[in-house]
Design a protein around this ligand. Sequence first.
Ligand SMILES: [Zn+2]
Length: 217
Amino acid sequence: MFVGHYSVSFAAKSIEKSIPLWLLFLAVQFIDVLWGILVLLGIEKVRIVPGITASNALDLYFMPYTHSLLGALWWSLVGFAVYKVLRSRGANTRAAALVGVAIFSHWILDFVVHRPDLGLYNDSHKMGLGLWNYPVLAFALEAILLVVGLILYLRSTVAVTKVGKFAISVFTLILLLVQLATLLGPAPATAPAQAVAALSLYFIFAAMVFWLERQRQ
Ligand SMILES: [Zn+2]
């Protein structure tokens, strides 16, 4: 899953205002951020196999540290602990727990769309429901999740600037267009190219949200 993950960021923000939305944007992709770094380091493995799923060409054949169930639980715990410690003044346990849940939600949503490439622990007992093989359904799920998240966010905040009235909705539309472009566009040429593209987009989106969330409160 790609932009659908951000529905959890919006939902968590609507529950707990003290957490920056940009941080929740990074939290829901934290497992993929680690994945991108480990792929570039050659520790986790992906190869481009056109047609391996109907939605994309990613053969994610070795990613035990980031995308196994145990790995995802571990990183969620790390996120919870780091948030609790670093934001010791403002952060309550509920906010830190929500950051942990946001990190773990990545695995749940990936489980729905991935082919069986998510291990239980290490590289064993691979799981994945494979919705990527139904591109229209997979895209619809991402879009519905994202729009529901946006509605929750809009209902729990008010615009404090003129652009605040519409900017986050335009941004959500851009996310969907980027998702559509990755679905219809050419497959990435190499595994490192895929990792760099993913990492760049995750940080660009978080940076945009850093500015966007100042337009609403
Ligand atoms: Zn992932």
